[in-house]
Design a protein around this ligand. Structure first.
Ligand code: G3P
Length: 215
């Protein structure tokens, strides 16, 4: 499974890119706003660091405007993937962008039926928001399994991204379900990295090493 980092925080992107554990980045308007920085500056800096898919969201509502936005966004570099909303106009744009060779990530997908339509339109990636489904009492991961089956049954080339991840368990479930990608926020990556038994083990090794007689 590929791992993307779900953030616009440059320091976090650098940290995990330099560790070799992430393959790409996803952003959205909320994450860009959270960074408190200029949108273009942030995207340019991400493109300087990451040599893998970088999802940046188009915010227009009409297909023609989404296409125009996408054409501007891809000027940030060869790795840009344009996030397009899961709407009728969005899918119209996806169809055209596919013809133009511009990669898309259909976002705000909450059901297998939406994912099927996004894949039919020619989406490069389809992002299912599991955390937001769980927040409302649904079982987000069930939808991931359904989409996985559908894409496999018909050899649909769209890649499934498990997004809106809340904790490491979501990541393990995404990997078990065979998702193509999990896009993970930095705080969840931090939790995946650390374990109290690793810290305790290190403390014991360090203190025992002090007792070793050195020649
Ligand atoms: O990037 C899209 C998605 O991962 C957002 O997650 O936490 O806002 O539901 P969240």
């Amino acid at each position: 499974m590929e791992i993307f980092i779900d953030t616009a925080e440059i320091s976090q992107i650098k940290k995990y890119w330099n560790m070799g554990v992430i393959d790409g980045v996803t952003t959205n308007p909320t994450l860009i706003a959270k960074s408190g920085r200029d949108f273009k500056q942030v995207v340019a800096e991400i493109a300087d660091i990451v040599k893998g898919p970088i999802s940046v969201e188009a915010i227009s509502t009409q297909a023609s405007d989404l296409i125009a936005e996408a054409k501007e966004l891809v000027k940030f570099g060869e790795y840009i993937v344009v996030k397009i909303p899961m709407t009728a106009e969005g899918l119209k744009a996806v169809k055209e962008l596919n013809k133009l060779g511009i990669k898309t990530n259909v976002t705000l997908v909450f059901s297998a039926s939406q994912a099927l339509l996004a894949a039919k339109a020619g989406a490069t990636y389809v992002s299912i928001f599991v955390g937001r489904l769980d927040d409302r009492g649904h079982e987000g991961m069930e939808v991931v399994y359904e989409i996985g089956e559908i894409f496999k049954n018909y050899r649909l080339p769209s890649k499934l991204i498990v997004a809106s991840i809340r904790h490491p368990r979501h990541v393990i479930e995404a990997a078990t379900a065979g998702a193509d990608v999990a896009t993970i926020p930095p705080d969840t990556l931090d939790k995946m990295l650390a374990h109290p038994l690793t810290d305790e083990g290190l403390r014991v090794f360090a203190s025992d090493w002090e007792k070793v007689k050195k020649t």
